[in-house]
Write a protein that binds this ligand. Structure first.
Ligand code: UDP
Length: 318
């Protein structure tokens, strides 16, 4: 049994990761400040003797000296554009001060630490699909920079701790991921479109809908992250995502059809610096981790539609 810290463990990805690890028989310490994370996500784990929840913001130091920690997954950071832009300075702090705090714990405990990085390090990419060797095209002064540059400097910090302190590090670059436990009010395209379609409200496409994204179902992603953590002699960065690429218009049409919705499409202003295309090259993950996603978007969307339909009906909305 390993003792594993998951920061951001009450969030969308973090809570699925906690479930996965507890299920595997590990002892999980979940750290979350509940800014975008939610206790409902870990409700099923509360009371389990192999699960502990600590309400803490990683921006502030934390001492876990009474524990022997084997591994740390650092997922703590608001991840949706509306949330990470609410308090951009705090987003930068999570990715600098917060990351340094967690790297410090890893150093003290001689623990392996994995950073949840992001496809946003590629910015509005000029190379397509994106390989890990691509260095990116980020606008340093734009509204997405607090997240993009924050995640970039976090990668730098990880490598500096490896070079300077010989820390055992891992970096995964996560592409758009979806599934149950996404938030209705998160502003992400899949949750927005599904909720709008289920309520027969207008589907809000930003821009003309020709921009593309590639969507990975959550359980595939969690398996990839776990494989990376437990693979020897490979630090990454490694892309994790589903290479199936869709325009946002195609996605809207798919969701309208799938939900037999009466919703009409409404075009809205494209947010500043919104990447025009995104698709991971996952050949490195296939080679080093023997990993590739197993869910196609139709299968994953069906489960996600079912999740939101149930949630809305419980809330008496549908
Ligand atoms: N998007 C959209 N309508 C929405 C929400 C998002 O057209 O209601 C677009 C958004 O402009 C972007 C894409 O969908 O081009 C993915 O947005 P999301 O916020 O899910 O993720 P990210 O931009 O971080 O990839």
């Amino acid at each position: 049994m390993k003792t594993i810290v998951v920061t951001g463990g009450a969030g969308f990805l973090g809570s699925h990761l906690c479930d996965f690890l507890v299920e595997k028989g590990d002892h999980v310490i979940c750290i979350d400040n509940l800014f975008t994370g939610n206790k409902d996500n870990i409700e099923n784990l509360i009371g389990n003797k192999n699960f502990e929840f600590i309400n803490h913001d990683i921006i502030n130091p934390i001492y876990l000296d009474n524990l022997i920690i084997d591994q740390i997954y650092n997922l703590a950071c608001p991840a949706s554009p509306i949330h990470y832009q609410l308090n951009p300075v705090r987003t930068i702090k999570a990715n600098t001060l917060g990351v340094i705090n967690m790297l410090g714990i890893a150093k003290k405990h001689k623990a392996r630490i994995l950073q949840a990085s992001t496809s946003e390090v590629y910015g509005d990419p000029l190379e397509h699909p994106q390989k890990e060797t691509y260095r990116g095209n980020v606008n340093t002064i734009g509204p997405r920079a607090c997240y993009d540059e924050g995640k970039r400097v976090a990668e730098t910090l990880f490598f500096d701790y490896k070079r300077q302190h010989n820390l055992d590090i891992k970096i995964v670059r996560i592409f758009n991921t979806y599934g149950p436990r996404m938030y209705e009010n998160d502003g992400r395209v899949i949750s927005n479109f599904i909720v709008q379609a289920l309520k027969d409200e207008p589907i809000t496409i930003y821009g003309d809908g020709t921009q593309t994204r590639s969507f990975c179902y959550v359980s595939d992603l969690i398996k990839g992250i776990h494989k990376m953590m437990n693979t020897e002699n490979f630090t990454g960065p490694v892309n994790l995502g589903n290479p199936g690429e869709y325009s946002i218009l195609e996605l809207a049409e798919k969701i309208i059809k799938m939900t037999s919705s009466k919703s009409k499409i409404e075009f809205k202003k494209l947010p500043e610096d919104d990447p025009k295309k995104r698709k991971p090259d996952i050949s490195l993950a296939e080679e080093k981790l023997n990993w590739k996603p197993s869910f196609n978007v139709d299968k994953g969307l069906e489960i996600t539609v079912e999740y939101f339909a149930k949630k809305l009906s419980l809330e008496g909305i549908k």
